[in-house]
Ligand binder design. Structure first.
Ligand SMILES: *Cc1c(COP(=O)(O)O)cnc(C)c1O
Length: 238
């Protein structure tokens, strides 16, 4: 059970993050409602997730399918609530993920994209996805290398059951939020240059970037989806 204090803390944290988004948006003349908060709920149990939902969270982001399935069961897929997949996705799990999650943020290869398209075709849906970009060129991270994005997008433009909506990145860890700004700026620049390719189906409406320590900077640089865990639920245990 979640005690009353814990539930109050989560509610207050959600309020603080929503205020931070609003402030950062207004700083740069953006509409605050053009930015959506994704609560990153890895390792957070359903009763604490419900507290966040009660406080106004509408999108839940999960990293691991095995962990997500029982939580989706427990919490359900009620009206106005959606689940996004934000972690690394293995091809053999694609079949279960497609259709269950409204958006997959973490499409990091052509092979994965083709598998999603194939499974989406089987159930006759269009799966919304973002292309994950390895913005800091880190060997430990997956994602498209910026220089290969344009060619990849042209190929993905022809997959009828894949709806590319934009880009996502997890930049290298920085000490100061400001140090992440060049990465966010670069991601937005990449989205712009892909838009100028004149692709038919690939869209660049969404930029999923910014986490607990740097989301305000990300919003200033154009984020439309920010993924927040720690700032809502506290430090992860285990
Ligand atoms: C855990 C996670 C987040 C949230 O990170 P916090 O620093 O806890 O806000 C965002 N994006 C991804 C992909 C994550 O795995």
């Amino acid at each position: 059970m979640v005690d009353a204090i814990d539930s109050e803390v989560i509610a207050r944290n959600v309020g603080t993050v929503l205020d931070g988004i609003r402030r950062a948006a207004l700083n740069v003349g953006r509409q605050p409602d053009s930015i959506r908060l994704v609560a990153a709920t890895k390792s957070v149990p359903p009763d604490r997730i419900r507290c966040a939902i009660d406080a106004g969270v509408k999108i839940l982001g999960e990293n691991r399918l095995q962990e997500a399935l029982p939580k989706i069961d427990a919490i359900g897929t009620r009206e106005g609530l959606s689940w996004h997949f934000i972690g690394r996705l293995q091809r053999r799990k694609v079949r279960t993920v497609v259709g269950l999650f409204q958006m997959i943020h973490s499409v990091d290869s052509l092979e994965l994209a083709r598998e999603i398209d194939r499974r989406a075709e089987e159930t006759d849906i269009e799966q919304a996805v973002l292309l994950e970009v390895n913005i800091g060129g880190e060997s430990s991270k997956g994602g498209f290398v910026p220089s290969e994005l344009a060619a990849a997008a042209s190929i993905l433009d022809r997959l009828p059951h894949l709806a590319v909506k934009g880009l996502m990145a997890v930049p290298p860890l920085t000490i100061q939020p400001e140090q992440a700004r060049p990465y966010f700026h670069e991601l937005r620049g990449l989205a712009r240059s892909l838009t100028s390719l004149g692709l038919v189906r690939v869209r660049m409406d969404e930029l999923s970037m910014g986490m607990s320590h740097d989301y305000e900077v990300a919003v200033e640089e154009g984020a439309t989806l920010i993924r927040i865990g720690t700032a809502i639920f506290g430090a992860r245990r285990g």
